[in-house]
Structure formats: structure tokens, C-alpha cells
Design a protein around this ligand. Structure first.
Ligand code: DX5
Ligand code: ZN
Length: 216
């Protein structure tokens, strides 16, 4: 399977949102990555349902929503209604993570567990077999355009081992500071999905960056 590329709309220009969505539609990108922040779990507020609705209206590719919010279970149905196909919740934000994952799946979405940089890979042992994908934060969540944390490569390898040990069917998504310069090393370590915000939307030719990431 070739790597899945998910441009993060957090770095898009919201003044020309429709054009930015069309750019992703017409590129080799696979998913739309949507960052939802509540100003509590992370020190930033991003966007909510009206923006997702506007994106969903013209998006021709699956939407992957990354919930950086406390008590995310309150909104699972809303995301499903908006057409989100991949929904991840943070390990650190869910007291009853197993229940949350099961609910996401029962609503017909793929369920992901997101880990902050300080959360050890081994915390996944008891949930990996129930999870469709693990989102590894390679920056501290909250903002686009931050520098990549180098320990991520080790963490990916450890998660890959855990997936193998449990014979789990689980993909690994990397989110934060991903660019052409670290993409091949991430794929080598075991990444299946690459989220890219600033490196795509900050480029003069975003379609080319997406295609370069896809071809690595
Ligand atoms: C950060 C978000 C990321 C962010 C990535 O909290 O989860 O998805 O948009 O942006 P870049 O690729 O610019 O680091
Ligand atoms: Zn994200």
C-alpha cells in the first residue's frame, strides 16, 4: 500500500476555503485532515461544525477528523452526520477510551487513538486490537508549523512492534512537522499515513508537494 497523504486544513487560507478544498480534490492527496481544538485540551481554538460543513460540501475525498477536545464522545454523532469517515480521539482526553472507540465504530466510522509526544507507545497494548489507526503526534498538539520531534521515529517502531505482537490490523498516522525532508524516514519506520499542514499550504506549489510526498 502506498502512503496515505492527508493535508491538514488548519494551514489552509480560510478566506479562499473553496479553492483550497478544490486544490486538495485535484491533487494526489488521499484524505482531508481536520483539526478540532477546544482551547482546553490544547491551548488553541481552531474551527468547528460550520467550517467542516463547508468543506464537506465540496470535498471529494474522505475526511479525517482529529479531536483535540475534552469529553469528545458528546460530538461523535455530529461528525458522522457531517460525513467524517476517520475519527480520532486523544488517549489523554478519554477516561473510557475503549467505550469511545467502540462508539465511533458502531457509528460506522474508523476509530483512531491519538497520542501526545510524551505518552508512551506501550499504553496502546490493551487497545491496539480495537483501534483502526494510531495517530502519533510528532509535535505538541495545538498549532501548525511547529518543528518535528525526532523521537517520533523510535515511537513509530515501537508501535509497529505492538501491532505485530497483537496481530492487529491498525495503521499508523503521523501528525506534525511532516515534510519532504522527513517523509521517507517516517515511512521507513512504519508510517502509513502522513498529515502535512504547513509544508503543503505554505508552499508555492502545494499540488507538487503533495505529489512529491505521495511518490516517496
Ligand atoms: C497540530 C495538528 C496538526 C497540524 C499539523 O495540533 O494536529 O494536524 O495541523 O500541521 P504541520 O504539518 O504544519 O505541523
Ligand atoms: Zn491533526
Amino acid at each position: 500500500m502506498s502512503v496515505i497523504i492527508a493535508p491538514s486544513m488548519l494551514s489552509a487560507d480560510f478566506g479562499i476555503l473553496d479553492q483550497q478544498v478544490e486544490m486538495v480534490n485535484n491533487s494526489r492527496a488521499d484524505w482531508f485532515h481536520l483539526d478540532i481544538m477546544d482551547g482546553v485540551f490544547v491551548p488553541n481554538i481552531s474551527y468547528g461544525f460550520p467550517i467542516i460543513k463547508a468543506i464537506a460540501k465540496i470535498a471529494k475525498k474522505p475526511m479525517d477528523a482529529h479531536l483535540m477536545i475534552i469529553d469528545p464522545d458528546r460530538y461523535f454523532e455530529n461528525f458522522r452526520e457531517l460525513g467524517v469517515e476517520y475519527l480520532s480521539v486523544h488517549y489523554e482526553a478519554c477516561t473510557h477510551l475503549h467505550r469511545s472507540i467502540e462508539r465511533i465504530k458502531s457509528l460506522g466510522m474508523k476509530a483512531g487513538v491519538a497520542l501526545n509526544p510524551h505518552t508512551p507507545a506501550h499504553m496502546l497494548h490493551e487497545i491496539i486490537s480495537d483501534t483502526d489507526f494510531v495517530l502519533v503526534m510528532s509535535v505538541n498538539p495545538g498549532f501548525g508549523g511547529q518543528s518535528f520531534i525526532e523521537n517520533t521515529y523510535n515511537k513509530i517502531r515501537k508501535i509497529k512492534e505492538i501491532i505485530k505482537d497483537h496481530s492487529a490490523n491498525c495503521l499508523i498516522e503521523i501528525d506534525g512537522g511532516v515534510s519532504i525532508s522527513n517523509a521517507s524516514k517516517l515511512i521507513e519506520a512504519g508510517a502509513d499515513i502522513l498529515v502535512a499542514g504547513n509544508s503543503v499550504f505554505g508552499a508555492s506549489d502545494p499540488v507538487k508537494v503533495i505529489s512529491d510526498l505521495k511518490c516517496i
